[in-house]
Design a protein. Sequence first.
Length: 399
Amino acid sequence: MTGIETLDTAVVGAGPYGLSVAAHATVRGSRTRVFGTPMRAWAEHMPVGMKLKSEPWASHLSDPRDRYTLKEYCRLEGLPYAHGVPTPVETFVDYGRWFQQQAVPDVHETDVVRVDREGALFALELADGSSVRARSVVLAAGFLPFPRFPEALVGLKAPQVLHSSAVNDLSGFSGKRVTVVGGGQAAIEIAVLLDEAGADVTLVARAGSLAWNSLPADLPTTLWQKLRQPENGLGPGYYNKVLGDLQALFRLMPAGYRMEVVRKTLGPEGSWWIRDRFEKSFDAPHVLTGTQITAARPEGGALRLELSGGRELEADHVIAATGFEVDVRKLTVLSEELRGRVRGMRGSYGPPVLGAGFDSSERGLHMVGLAAAATFGPSMRFVCGAAFAARAAAARLPR
């Protein structure tokens, strides 16, 4: 190991959770470095023109003094920041990179291609050919390892079949027949943006009808209003307040209950601000609710889709906006041997079993973000969970 640098903590992933953990860990005295391109998943794996579903006040990255908030960035740049005003993804990416420059200057902008054990340390191999050792690793992998496809589309390859997390520049779909699968915000927004880019779009949703968020009410200002209808990054009301603010307590609930709550909370719904654009562009023949793809096969240069109810549909591309499924077996950045030692909630698979410091069954290996949702609740699916994750994980990292 002569000549190879050893860190206290290596953070794998430079998104909101990775940057937030590093900001807290560094202040606590941990020699920490982040590996990855800041905000790359948000910049390259979100459709251009997208807006955040979360309110601006629920979209802050976290530093110990709360100095580098989205609110402060928008103030400095003269950008809109208000309750009920959606944040463009481009603004959020620029904000995350500004946060990194201010709070987490020690970033190695290259991918980690493999994490393994080397005695008491972790060995990280990097895409630029270098390597590093660390006493602990925080895996902030985000959503990219966990795309979920309908069974009928499994095995079909890009670019004919894509997950929504692989879609960025939509201009290349102009003039193409595109089927979007899903009934939530990602599906609806991608369908609208594709239509506006000149594609011929059909939305296929399993639900019998599309659901929509209502126009957000004014934030509570008086003590009575706050007691009657408390607000939280997950939404108004005490149910969301408990899920969003009592993550440590949620971890103590039975695993099966936790997974079911995460699955059911904040189900597929379109945002209020995109509803008019959707309804102006999509008539009944292009919105197939109560419908599933039962089979799909290549036919010429296109795909023949068989739908429930005996219908068929031809498409040049299918985009599956069907969410994500966390499974420790999908964490392929971990070596096969190391991955096999990480216990899942279903034994050798499923979401990871995590302790109070986001620590996995492999000592020194922590996981934050979406991978932690089944342990700490649905706030881990959103940026609003980054503050709790950063504080809890950083408190247990070596220094």
